[in-house]
Design a protein around this ligand. Structure first.
Ligand code: ADP
Ligand code: 5GP
Length: 202
């Protein structure tokens, strides 16, 4: 167990990528592999998909409730990730996980990830999941079957822009072979957790 009260820093693992790159798949694997991690549940204003549960997948908020939280300064970062749809990392969620002596694992879009890195520069590990190409990304999104054709095009346009930011993150996890990508992510996160466990208290 990590004794967060004794830590100077509260560590954070950030996984980011264009939608469809394999973030969720990698995040699920990391959560299973490392009991030190806990998923940071974001708030958002999009409606729940089938099988999504409020408080487990997202805190599903009305636009008014989300706005209220912005006014209160409740977010570590927030973004309009898609047209009219807001997503944000709640400070209270990060603090809940730190209080439980665990490390928050956040799955967020690229702009949000850059903001978190700015806000928590010395305590974060960031992974950028890179798809082999935009064509492969399109295929994966179609296969996942979660998008309408409008949201598919919106996601692909956004992806082309987001790929330019890959070099800003600590590790680029190239997700061609899933097996290799999972192994790479595991090595990076394992080393980070080990570093956090051994951190000297000043
Ligand atoms: P994201 O969370 O980044 O949107 P997902 O993890 O949902 O991405 O992955 C998008 C789709 O691609 C899912 O259907 C997933 O099973 C599939 N997928 C992920 N990684 C690979 C891979 N290396 N090869 C083939 N399909 C993959
Ligand atoms: P989806 O609607 O497919 O669940 O998620 C859309 C995108 O929003 C994904 O890229 C996801 O990583 C991102 N996202 C989820 N939570 C947050 C958050 O708290 N902040 C930001 N900036 N992006 C988020």
């Amino acid at each position: 167990m990590i004794d967060m009260d004794q830590q100077r820093f509260h560590p954070l693992v950030i996984v980011t990528a264009p939608s469809g790159s394999g973030k969720t798949t990698i995040v699920h694997h990391l959560l299973k592999r490392f009991p030190e991690l806990d998923f940071s549940v974001s708030a958002c204003t999009r409606p729940p998909r089938q099988n999504e549960v409020d408080g487990r997948d997202y805190y599903f908020l009305t636009p008014e409730a989300f706005q209220q939280k912005i006014q209160e300064g409740a977010f570590a970062e927030y973004e309009m990730v898609y047209e009219g749809k807001y997503y944000g990392t709640l400070i209270s969620e990060l603090e809940r996980i730190w209080r439980n002596h665990q490390i928050p694992l956040v799955d967020i879009d690229v702009r949000g990830a850059l903001h978190l890195l700015d806000k928590y520069p010395d305590q974060s590990l960031s992974l950028f999941v890179q798809p082999p190409s935009l064509d492969v990304l399109r295929e994966r999104l179609i296969k996942r079957g979660s998008e309408t054709s409008i949201s598919l095009e919106e996601r692909l346009q956004k992806a082309a822009e987001e790929l330019k930011y890959a070099p800003h993150f600590h590790h680029i996890i190239y997700n061609d072979s899933l097996e290799h990508a999972l192994a790479q992510a595991e090595v990076a996160v394992g080393a980070f957790i080990a570093r956090m466990l051994n951190k000297e208290i000043p």
